[in-house]
Design a protein around this ligand. Sequence first.
Ligand code: SAH
Length: 354
Amino acid sequence: MTPSPPTNLVTLDFANMASLVARLGWPSYRTRQILQWIYQHRIRDIAGMSNLSRKDRETLGHEAVVERLASSTLLQSVDGTRKFLFPLKDGLAVESVLIPDGERLTQCVSTQVGCTLDCGFCVTGQMGLKRNLKAHEIVDQILTVQDRLHRITSLVFMGMGEPLANFDELSEALTRLTDTDWGVGFPKRRITISTAGFSQRLHDVARLGVNLAVSLNASTAEQRDRLMPMMNRLHPLPDLLAACRAYPIPANRHLTFEYVLLSGENDSAEDAVRLSRLLRGIRCKINLIPFNEFPNSPFRRPADPVIATFQSILRQKGYDVFIRQNRGRDVWGACGQLGTLPARTAPAPLSTGT
Ligand code: SAH
């Protein structure tokens, strides 16, 4: 009989860890002790769990391991942005980006390898969905960055993939990241989930207690159909806006709408006016994201004055509007640049490390 492979403790949720502890005949407080070692002390070896007796560590070591993701490759941009490439066990890879901005340090996290959606302006969409990430593969992106002694101040689920298309694993990852007793203890109000528009899932996000960003990207249904065909077919613009209006925004918070600006497609003054009408009455801010180009991309970034005009029209209508800086473009780390294109010219990293 072949022995069963060891249990990887990072794959267990709280309930499964509690069952393991019960099966070993240990007191239930062991569950949180072990979880604290993994998520708060980030140990990679059961031998390091020093509040377990040597005998208990040996017992656990006979059937379990702590196996984190293999070491990541780092690409460092001239603007301070860092892109991490994580090799996964099945040979695929996933990317995460760390963006410093003054006192703030934002990590952009991925939830899928590739994406089911086909938004024409996004590299990840061009590669198709390879697979959903498991909760531990999502959490590991953050643990690895913390291992390198970075003090992350915000987490945005805006990396590869559509977070709400992998909701169960996302939700479990958030439990581990936000639990203050045994988890990483990251504050929920500093976490944002960005969706291309899964309207029926918005109330589930509200229950998670984190912030929501919606990638609107168009000012008419026809435009959205052209730019995000699959998404708009699944959840047409009117449904999405209705779900946003019904969204229970907590006091002192707001929804965020993202709008990728594509030259000659959705960047006219009329678009800005239409957008202001669509969002009327929703407590929100608007993030304009000038298009980040990629090889053979069918779109262009608008000229700066066009971007500025778009912003000022929305401001005159009373909205808080920000232009997202295009950070990390030289390492293919900016919005919409994560993933692999068949025809892509590999970037020459300015400096690499492991
Ligand atoms: N699937 C989720 C999260 C990933 S995309 C979503 O759609 O929200 C994160 C943001 O980057 C989205 O607002 C998206 O519209 C934007 N984006 C995608 N490709 C881009 C590109 N090439 N240039 C600029 N922004 C882009």
